[in-house]
Ligand binder design. Structure first.
Ligand code: ADP
Length: 465
């Protein structure tokens, strides 16, 4: 039963069915055309023979004078064709006749037609297997009907020819249909075999091993493209799974660090009785570690939810106000390091966005600028550009980033300083990147070790007031 559900079975069945219908129509057309053509040519030849026979009839004083149609003997072609010719008097009595069907009863309908001057054909069944075509026409002399002529021919040869054709069709049509079914089945099986391969591979694939590939030899047809798409999809999935795996193990690792620190603070403190100052110091240390954990879990949550869920750029945001607010928020942090934040923000820069997400992005960028700069200035610029674009520049005079690290700084958990001497988890720029992408913007970085780093952000969709 399962076999009947396969695509190759259905394909073969449909091909065979279509061919059967086409052959049936074609066969019927050929059969009917041949039948009509042969019937017409028999009728034509009977009509011609009748005219020739009428010309040979001897007419005297308006009467037919005949005892034998061909006193000198029946012409050989008439005999060969098996024609029967019968001359009938005005009263409907046979006067003279030759041929195999001369004793056939005279059909009164045809004689009635002929009396009215109409020549007609009729078909008469002689016995079970044989029918005869009969042509009846009036014989006229000076526009008076003086008798009738009947010419008859057996239709046996016609039926024999048609029966042979029918037999040929009855044998060849089923044979061709069977051949088409078998070849259709094998053709479909051959064409669809890569799909079987895809199915088997898909059954084998699990999240543990996504390395399998079809690698079908270069076919640019539909199946080839499907296999290629499948391979590409597997590659993307494998890449995605690897990154997720990496993300989870990095996240666990980062979470373990403050937990271990908290555990060691607790065990050291509980090792012996402590003074109240020492307990206070331990509490402060614990609270610091808890802060670290909270900030990390917030970042992780933000990334884990995915930008499509957490960023909704559907409100009008005045970037000029927003950037000045961010500068104000970050000012105390900068002052702690004796840094100057200089802002040069054009007014009335509005666009559609998610203000919370944008604040988070700019705070992250300024936080980095402050964190990685020991002296100098942090510059924030924002201006309208050609074509309704907005450009935002955040530049610092800090330690800079080595060119080998630059391509990776937007990756999750990527940190240039492996020694972890500066606080951070390597998630800040990954979050900035996601937020900018969710706003259909772009972010680029240029940096020079020892002289500073500059981030360029571009957004489209500046709203004019
Ligand atoms: P982190 O929490 O380590 O700051 P980020 O994703 O924000 O993580 O940044 C990734 C890395 O890029 C940082 O570890 C730092 O080495 C580098 N970086 C980011 N911003 C700056 C900057 N303004 N100046 C120098 N280095 C920077």
């Amino acid at each position: 039963m399962k076999r009947f559900k396969t695509l190759r079975f259905r394909f073969a069945l449909w091909t065979a069915l279509l061919l059967f219908i086409v052959l049936l129509l074609f066969g019927s057309f050929v059969y009917v055309s041949l039948w009509r053509g042969l019937s017409n040519s028999i009728d034509d030849s009977i009509r011609l023979s009748s005219s020739q026979a009428i010309a040979a009839v001897n007419v005297e004083n308006g009467n037919i004078n005949i005892s034998d149609i061909y006193p000198e003997g029946v012409p050989s072609d008439l005999r060969e064709r098996g024609l029967t010719i019968r001359i009938i008097s005005k009263e409907g009595v046979a006067m003279a006749s030759i041929g195999p069907f001369r004793n056939l009863p005279i059909d009164s309908n045809s004689i009635l037609n002929a009396k009215a001057g109409i020549s007609s054909f009729s078909t008469i069944r002689v016995n079970d297997s044989e029918t005869v075509r009969v042509y009846t026409a009036p014989i006229e002399d000076n526009q008076n009907i003086i008798g009738f002529i009947q010419v008859m021919q057996s239709l046996e040869t016609l039926h024999e020819t048609l029966d042979q054709l029918l037999l040929l069709l009855l044998i060849s049509i089923p044979a061709l249909v069977i051949i088409s079914y078998i070849s259709g089945y094998f053709l479909a099986a051959r064409t669809l075999s890569p799909i079987d391969q895809i199915t088997q591979m898909a059954q084998k694939i699990s999240t543990k091993d996504l390395s399998a590939r079809l690698n079908l030899p270069g076919n640019d047809d539909e199946i080839g493209r499907l296999a290629n798409t499948f391979d590409n999809m597997l590659a993307r999935l494998e890449d995605g799974f690897k990154r997720e795996h990496q993300f989870t193990s990095n996240a666990s690792h980062e979470l373990r660090t403050p937990l271990t620190a908290m555990q060691s603070i607790l065990s050291v403190t509980r090792g012996r009785k402590r003074s109240s100052e020492e307990y206070e110091k331990a509490m402060d240390d614990l609270s610091e570690e808890i802060d670290r954990m909270r900030s990390l879990t917030e970042d992780l949550l933000y990334i884990a939810r995915g930008n499509s869920l957490s960023v909704a750029p559907n409100e009008v945001v005045d970037l000029s106000i927003l950037l000045n607010d961010v500068c104000e928020i970050m000012q105390p942090m900068a002052e702690l390091k004796r840094l100057v934040i200089r802002s040069n923000v054009q007014s009335n820069l509005s666009m559609m966005g998610d203000s919370d997400a944008l604040i988070r992005a700019f705070v992250n960028l300024l936080d980095n600028a402050i964190k990685y700069t020991d002296r100098g200035v942090i510059l924030i610029e924002a201006r309208a550009e050609k074509g309704n674009n907005i450009e935002i520049v955040i530049a610092d005079t800090g330690r800079g980033i080595d060119p080998e690290h630059l391509p990776h700084i937007f990756e999750r958990f990527y940190r240039v300083d492996e020694s972890r001497s500066t606080p951070g988890f390597g998630l800040g720029l990954a979050i900035v990147h996601e937020i900018v992408r969710a706003h259909r913007g772009s972010i680029e970085v240029t940096s020079q070790v020892g002289s500073g780093t500059t981030f360029h952000l571009h957004f489209s969709g500046l709203m004019k007031k």
